[in-house]
Design a protein. Structure first.
Length: 344
């Protein structure tokens, strides 16, 4: 069996690592295609190195651009790769333009698609990520859900075949590498911020988010995303005194920052779960979240751009984990193996 894995953005490098290792252990050939959606070293190559992700055979070097332009360029470059490799499956992850491009390119060539992290829904169709994940789910032959809630979301849309609740592959890698999260803390007492989504970095909303941060009575350490940095400069916005900007960091270093933070403030999907696994309260700077499991157990609260952020005393809390036990990657590979055996 041959698998082509299409990735291109920081979260996908993290998610693909444990699955790639599970494929190697099962003796399955994998060809990794990096679309180049994230082209900054700290947001791509660093993750391959730190997370033991096998080297990509193809790097499409697509780079940034408008959604249609970027997705179209990926489709153009993916099609000949898939025709040449002729895989049994194409695996895609999450909800980026790389996800959608990989799913569409494969389905047009009648190659079966496996979607890891299927069934997530924010029910906000103005988010490009929501469009990507919905369309990907509807062309996928195997849908690997991180929880029973994501499976229920698919059922509402009439998707019931090929659906498997396997848990979250990010928890696999969290468990694998947690002993390598940095123990040192060079920032003292602080809260951790990550913010990069398009809806938070507009000329209208970004100043509101900065005002919210300015009102917090704590130091905020902010590994700044290239998009956010660019817009701060372009909009000529003042940096709040309590905000300490640092360069983007690798995932292991980021997990070390979470470990020592009092709170986590983010608009990232992955960090909402990682805060939970660290036992840290998360404040999500969005109007909604696809990770409703974290909201249901009060590990996470949503803060709109016109809300006040209210932090209680930071402390480690024992949250329950609804995303599996750390063997999700092996479950994914087992499903793919079984599907091939039934075809032979």
């Amino acid at each position: 069996m041959k698998i082509v894995t299409v990735i291109g953005a920081r979260p996908q490098f993290i998610k693909a690592s444990p699955v790639s290792n599970a494929l190697i252990n099962a003796g399955i050939e994998e060809v990794i295609v990096n679309t180049g959606q994230h082209y900054d070293f700290n947001m791509s190559e660093l993750f391959f190195r730190d997370l033991e992700l096998p080297e990509a055979k193809y790097n499409l070097l697509v780079g940034s651009g408008k959604h249609g332009e970027q997705t179209g360029e990926m489709l153009k470059k993916l099609e000949p790769v898939l025709e040449k490799e002729s895989p049994d499956w194409v695996l895609v992850y999450g909800d980026t333009n790389s996800t959608l491009a990989g799913a569409l390119a494969a389905s047009k060539l009648h190659i079966r698609v496996g979607h890891i992290e299927a069934g997530l829904r924010s029910y906000n169709r103005s988010m490009p990520e929501e469009i990507n994940r919905v369309l990907t789910d509807h062309v996928s032959a195997k849908l690997f859900c991180p929880s029973v809630i994501s499976k229920a979301n698919l059922e509402k849309e009439g998707i019931t075949e090929g659906v498997h609740v396997v848990g979250d592959v990010m928890y696999d890698i969290f468990r694998k590498f947690q002993n390598r999260f940095p123990d040192s803390n060079q920032y003292g007492e602080y809260c951790l911020l990550t913010m990069h989504r398009a809806e938070n970095t507009t000329n209208e909303i970004l100043p509101k988010r900065l005002l919210q941060i300015k009102d917090l009575d704590c130091k905020i350490v902010f590994p700044i995303h290239p998009r956010t940095k660019k817009n701060l400069e372009e909009f000529h916005l003042d940096i709040p005194d309590n905000l300490q900007l640092i360069e983007p960091v690798g995932w292991l270093e980021l997990m070390g920052l979470v470990r020592h933070a009092q709170f986590v403030l983010t608009d990232s999907g992955g960090l909402q779960k990682e805060a939970l696994w660290h036992g840290k309260q998360c404040v999500t700077l969005r109007n909604e979240t696809e990770w409703t499991e974290t909201i249901n157990q009060k590990a996470n609260i949503l803060v709109k751009d016109n809300d006040e952020i209210i932090l209680s005393e930071g402390k480690k809390i024992d949250f329950s984990n609804p995303f599996g036990i750390g063997d999700s990657s092996e479950k994914v590979v087992k499903v793919l193996n079984n599907s091939l055996e039934r075809m032979i």
